[in-house]
Ligand binder design. Structure first.
Ligand code: NMX
Ligand code: MLT
Length: 443
């Protein structure tokens, strides 16, 4: 098989033609409507953008290029990246070529380390990561070619160059941040010839005699890579990229979105919650103790982190995959056992709480099942990454694969600048009043 770039060179003209023909033939066909509730409600469910790398089905979870996540959980991150972009799995030759590409681009400029070390000691790991990516903008191939008058049809190629550079350097920077923030010694470098996941695991500096931590890191990078286009990090990256800002700007912006507690930061909020409950009850709590603790959290106006989802209406398959991993590799770990027990108790607690909310005139909780963040941290904790304010950085190293592949595909089909129309409350009022029969109340 040819290299990633060769495969894309061959596929992109057909992709462009497919999109062009679709727009020509069916461009004015309606695919979605927007209610007042959706306009005020985070555009939930509004179909208004394209993402071909993966799709999240509310009842099934994410499928990467049509392949359900749990069917491809054995894939290594570099294979996932290839699949996201091309819809195909690389053969041994293409995979080795991609690994060599990453290998050759993995050197992190010294100014990045100097900048990260110069920031205050209490700078959050996510702020360090987003900064590290952002300041490498001066390396951008896209920006250099753009300034020289690059043709529009070559945008994706320049984006691919930047993407491979970011992808190769990101685990090195992320692992370095771990070592800098938590005084684990000097930063470690990429080992030539080692695969992407094992390299990241190795640079974190965790002792791994049986290779199980590297297995977890590969799985972790696979599971978080992409979650279609509308999640906060992907959508932010897409929007910034649509202004033809280069990948360094766009990815850095996406990472800032991932750093929010309702999005990627939920993985660390979740482990903090688990450790809190374990401390309170001096070990793995009983189901009754957990039930009380969960209700107290909810009644104090907070969310139970790791539960609920904007799209999913079932247990997240990423949770299921990690749950299987936990049962295989760390069944007796007390933190994992607590996470397992939370899974037994919390969905029912949320259902009951949701009923109370409805009685009080509030929205129901749309999904009472766990998402990926409910469990990912417990696995990392077991292997020795106990500094949980770092966990969203782990999520980030993976999610950047999705952000980058979406950026490349959007440049390939020339997606224009993102600019939905906003409306005022006054305008909405006028609209609903115009649609309400005379004499009837507007709501
Ligand atoms: N605990 C308590 N309340 C919840 C929860 C939860 N786990 N999930 C939803 N609700 C509330 C929600 O806050 C909202 O309340 P209000 O109307 O008072 O603002 C109400 O239920 C309706 O929200 P939904 O329609 O169910 O959810 P929405 O699509 O707005 O938000 C999340 C989705 C994921 C932001 C929400 O479920 C949540 O805050 N979960 C906890 C945080 C979390 O796990 N985030 C990680 C998501 C996955 N990721 O990796 O990014
Ligand atoms: C994600 O992986 O991005 C989260 O599950 C959030 C989402 O899809 O909205």
């Amino acid at each position: 098989m040819a290299t990633l770039q060769d495969v894309l060179m061959e596929k992109i003209p057909a992709y462009r033609k497919e999109v062009h023909d679709l727009l020509e033939a069916k461009g004015d066909q309606v695919i979605s409507q927007v209610t007042v509730q959706q306009a005020y409600g985070g555009m939930r469910g509004v179909k208004g953008m394209i993402c071909d790398t993966s799709v999240v089905d509310p009842g099934l979870g994410v499928a990467v290029r049509g392949r359900p996540l749990l069917d491809i959980k054995h894939l290594w991150p570099e294979e996932v990246f290839f699949l996201l972009l091309t819809g195909e799995l690389p053969d041994a030759e293409a995979k080795a070529a991609l690994q060599r590409e990453l290998d050759r681009r993995s050197q992190v400029p010294e100014y990045v380390w100097n900048a990260l070390r110069a920031l205050p000691k209490d700078t959050s790991p996510m702020a360090l990561l987003a900064t590290g990516v952002l300041i490498m903008d001066r390396e951008s191939v896209f920006r250099k070619w753009y300034d020289k008058g690059m043709k529009r049809e070559d945008y994706w190629l320049a984006m691919l160059g930047d993407s491979l550079n970011i992808l190769a350097k990101l685990p090195v920077i992320a692992a370095g941040i771990y070592r800098i923030c938590y005084d684990h010694g000097s930063v470690m470098h990429w080992t030539h010839g080692l695969d992407y996941g094992a390299n990241f695991a190795n640079m974190l500096g965790i002792a791994d005699p049986a290779g199980n931590f590297a297995k977890l890191v590969r799985l972790y990078l696979n599971f978080h890579a992409d979650h279609e286009g509308g999640n906060v990090s992907a959508f932010t990256c897409h929007t910034v990229g649509s202004a033809l800002s280069d990948a360094y700007y766009a990815v850095s912006a996406g990472l800032n979105g991932l750093a929010g507690p309702l999005h990627g930061l939920a993985n660390q909020e979740c482990i903090a919650w688990i450790l809190q409950v374990m401390e309170k009850f001096d070990g793995v709590p009983t189901e009754e103790q957990l039930r009380d603790f969960a209700f107290k959290t909810l009644r104090s106006g907070r969310v139970v982190p790791g539960y609920g989802h904007a799209v999913l209406r079932v247990t997240d398959p990423r949770f299921t995959g990690f749950h299987d991993f936990g049962h295989e590799y760390l069944p007796d770990d007390p933190v994992f056992k607590t996470v397992d027990r939370v899974f037994t108790v919390v969905p029912q607690v949320l259902r009951e709480f949701s009923e109370e909310r409805v009685k009080a005139g509030k929205h129901p909780i749309a999904n009472c099942w766990p998402n990926v963040d409910a469990i990912s941290g417990s696995l990392m904790y077991h292997f020795g990454i106990t500094e949980f304010p770092y966990y969203t950085v782990l999520f980030s190293v993976s999610r950047v694969m999705g952000m980058l592949s979406q950026l490349i595909m959007n440049r390939a089909i020339g997606t224009p600048i993102t600019r939905p129309k906003s409306v005022s409350t006054h305008w909405i009022r006028q609209q609903v009043e115009a649609q309400t029969p005379a004499g009837a109340p507007a709501s």
